[in-house]
Structure formats: C-alpha cells, structure tokens
Design a protein around this ligand. Structure first.
Ligand SMILES: [Fe+2]
Length: 472
C-alpha cells in the first residue's frame, strides 16, 4: 500500500481516511517494517565524483552554505571557503526586483588539524533583511565570483505555514547523495533543513582527514547555499584525538559551521534556539555537559519559560542522541540526559524531538517516563498526551551503514521502526496541525513510508485526534 500525500484536506476527510488506513496500528501499537532493502555497506563517493567538484576559477569560493543568523529569521549567516588566499571578505546581496545592492563583511578563519591546514573560511552575517523575500547574493571576485539565492521566512507568527526538512547522520556516500536528492525533489518542498548532527564523517579517515570536511562542504552546497541548514553537533563532530595532538573538541566543526547562539543568550554554539515562522526550535548538545548547574542545564532551565506558544505554537527540540530508541546499537546512550531533561519536555509540552545517531528511522508514541524516584519502582514509559513525539532520523546514509538489529519484542513506546535510509518532512499548517512524513530513498519522491498528522501540544492535546496516516 502506497501512501501519497494530499494538500489542504478538510479535517473531517483527514480524520476518516487516517482512521481507515491506520486502524490496525492505532489499535495494536508498535510496528516493525518488513520492508526488504539492500543492506550492503555504503561506500563514500570517490574524490573525483561530480558532487565534490571544485568550482572553476582562481580561488573560487566553495562549500557555500547558509544558516539563520539571528533570533527571528531576519539575518542569514553566509559561509564559504577560498582555497588559495583569503580573497574578498564581501557578500554582495540584493532583494529580488530591487535596484539596490548591499554589501556585508565576513570574518575569515583558518585552522590546523594534525597535518592538515584549512582553506580560508569566511562567515558573514547579513542583517536587517525583509521577511518573506527572495534575495540573491554573490561571493568571490571577478570571473571566480558565484551567485546564489535564498528566501527569508515569513514574520514569526502563530499560524504561519512552514515546511522543515529533517536529515541526520548524512556522511558522503552514494546513499547520502540519494538522501539529498530525495529531499531536493520532494514535492513538499522543504524551506529550511533541520540537521540533527553527524555531518561529514571525516573522522572515519586516517587522522580524521579534514579534506573530507571540504568534500562534504562541496557536496551539500547544492542545497545548503540556497536554504538554511540548522546545525546540531553530533559525536562525529567531536574530533578529539589527543594522541595526535588534537585535544580541542569540535575544532573543525566550530570553525566551519557557525550558528547564532548568542542571540538566544547561549554561551556556546552547541546549544541555542531560534524562532522561525510558527516554530520555536531548541538545539541541544548530547556531547556537552548537561548535568545540574552546567552551562547547558542553566541555559535550558531559563529557556523553556521564554517560549510563548501564542507567538510560536510549535516547540521543537533537536539533539543528536535520542532519548527513546529501540534499536540495539546505541541502546540507552541518551538515558542520563533523558533523566535530566525529560521532565521539562513534558512540563513545557514539547511537540516533537528529532534526533539522529541511530542509523535508522523510528517514531515513538507520546510517552513519558518521569515518575521514578529511586524507591517507587515507576520506571516504565507510560502514555502521556503532554509528552513529545520522539523521532529518530539518523538515516541520512553515511559509510557506517544501517543498524538493523532491534530489541524484541518491540517496546510499546515504539510506534514504527524501519532500518532504511531516508529523510523527514515536517509541514506546519497552522497553530494546531502539522503533518510529518518519512521518505525512504528506495521510493519515488512523493511517497511516504510513514506519516502522521500532529496535534499541537499546547493548543490541542487530544491524543485521540492524532492518528498516523499510513506506514508501508
Ligand atoms: Fe552519531
């Protein structure tokens, strides 16, 4: 059975069709997909692949990517690398249909990693943009200059429709390329990508060959130069190898991927928040200290009360390591962080938590496990309409391959699980309704292997109204 998506349905129609298609799942709880796939290991694309091509021209800017540059979506950070010399620090930009050219200045960084020396890494924050406007921008000089474009989000507001893509654990294999292609050609048209950590997997190469950070930057440019990728740090960003003198964690990542952490009062690029359209997005770090009194804990403690669901109804958390995963690999790695932060997720009615790390797909029921107090024995997840939906989307396609071994029987908190590569799409419709679809790489671009209408946890918490459409 193939579940095609439909646009702008009436609620009654959605409810009726959803119920018919998914009645078995709703009644019986979790389901493990029987989909049969090629389970051979993924191989990195060779260095002479066209996706890694160096742009022509002397010192031409490469690895161009953008991310949100402020709290509300009126700024963009443009980043790029020049290989031979610093070149121009300027970004020239203009609104579509405008006669006025503007210029903003970048900072330039370099770093060394073992026997590798980076190119010149430029980061430029373009500020005071208009909402909901297409801008063109250019970087580089003369014949080596390159032009791209992006569209700013609508002004932040409670009923602003907006579509986020979800990719995690991407790497740079043939499967990674398939994932990005499927995301690009998905008819739902993602406007911003939420990336849940583990970017290049350069650390899989001898001495963490940082040249693979460069190839990854060139690979993702075709999408990340045109729409913001919202970054989350994963374990493959740590690059901590004191044996070869590399004892500064996250060194390549923090030089290459800047985020607007100061705008949300954060003191670290590993945890921060942004508002975008009708969503409030909190990014957390699974690999930074998160215990009581740590900087991340103290920031998050102040962060949740700031969320105004009348302004941004959809509260989304991104972090690399999942709280709930029923795969054998990485089982319970997120448990201590879950103990620290899950009570807040329930108290503040987080709508959905996206994670990666586990190289497969899984969607949870709305459950919580916050009653345990050492002596009461209450340590089993229970259904909880105030709890987030947990979605593991670490299936981007990196060289480590899929994880296929699952805990049996499938725990009741697990609604659907499947070890296939793919990506997700979260389509916010208004303050009460959103639609999530998971797309596997073997299918056509419009096909959803798993999908669900979400009810906002703040504005509509009736669990009975939240039904999966279909899983195939
Ligand atoms: Fe990971």
């Amino acid at each position: 059975m193939v579940a095609m998506r439909w646009d702008c349905p009436s609620f009654a129609l959605v409810f009726a069709v959803s119920f018919i298609l998914s009645i078995a799942e709703v009644c019986n709880g979790g389901r493990t997909s029987s989909f049969v796939r090629n389970d051979q290991l993924s191989h990195d694309m060779p260095l002479d692949s066209d996706v890694f091509r160096v742009p022509p021209g002397y010192n031409a800017p490469q690895q161009v990517h953008i991310t949100q540059g402020d709290r509300m979506g009126k700024a963009v950070i443009v980043s790029w690398v020049t290989p031979d010399e610093p070149g121009s620090n300027s970004v020239r930009y203009w609104a579509e249909n405008s006669k006025f050219n503007n210029t903003a200045q970048a900072i330039v960084l370099t770093y060394n990693y073992f026997n590798y020396t980076s190119g010149y890494i430029h980061h430029c924050t373009i500020k005071d943009l208009e909402f909901d406007t297409k801008y063109y921008y250019e970087v580089g000089i003369g014949k080596s200059s390159r032009r791209f474009w992006f569209v700013t989000p609508p002004a932040v507001g409670p009923d602003v429709p907006y579509t986020f893509g979800l990719i995690g654990d991407l790497g740079q294999t043939h499967d990674s390329n398939s994932t990005v292609t499927h995301y690009e050609l998905n008819p739902s048209k993602g406007q911003t990508l939420l990336f849940v950590g583990d970017l290049s997997y350069a650390d899989a190469y001898p001495f963490h060959d940082n040249m693979r950070w460069d190839t990854w930057g060139r690979f993702i440019e075709r999408n990340a130069a045109y729409q913001p990728w919202i970054w989350t740090a994963g374990n493959h960003e740590i690059d901590f190898v004191p044996e070869i003198g590399e004892d500064i964690p996250f060194k390549p990542y923090v030089h290459r991927y800047h985020v607007p952490f100061k705008a949300s009062g954060s003191t670290s690029p590993f945890w921060y928040s942004i508002k975008r359209a009708s969503a409030y997005i909190i990014v957390l770090s699974s690999y930074s200290a998160y215990g009581k009194y740590t900087p991340q804990f103290k920031w998050l403690e102040k962060e949740f009360p700031k969320v105004n669901r009348t302004e941004t109804p959809w509260l989304i958390v991104l972090m690399h390591c999942p709280f709930y995963s029923s795969y054998v690999h990485h089982y319970m790695e997120g448990e201590s962080m879950r103990v620290m932060y899950e009570p807040w997720f329930v108290e503040y009615k987080v709508d959905v938590v996206f994670s990666g790390h586990v190289h497969a797909y899984e969607r949870s029921e709305r459950i919580s496990n916050i009653a345990y107090n050492v002596v009461n024995g209450l340590c089993t997840p229970i259904k909880d309409p105030s709890a987030p939906l947990y979605i593991t989307i670490g299936d981007g396609g990196n060289l480590e391959g899929l994880v296929t071994e699952m805990t049996e029987p499938q725990p009741s908190y697990s609604a659907y699980r499947e070890a296939s590569f793919g990506h997700g799409m979260l389509e916010i419709k208004n303050r009460t309704d959103a639609y999530f679809g998971w797309h596997r790489n073997q299918d056509g671009y419009a096909v959803e292997a798993d999908s669900l209408w979400l009810k906002n946890r703040y504005w509509s918490v009736s669990e009975s109204e939240e039904l999966s459409v279909a899983s195939i």
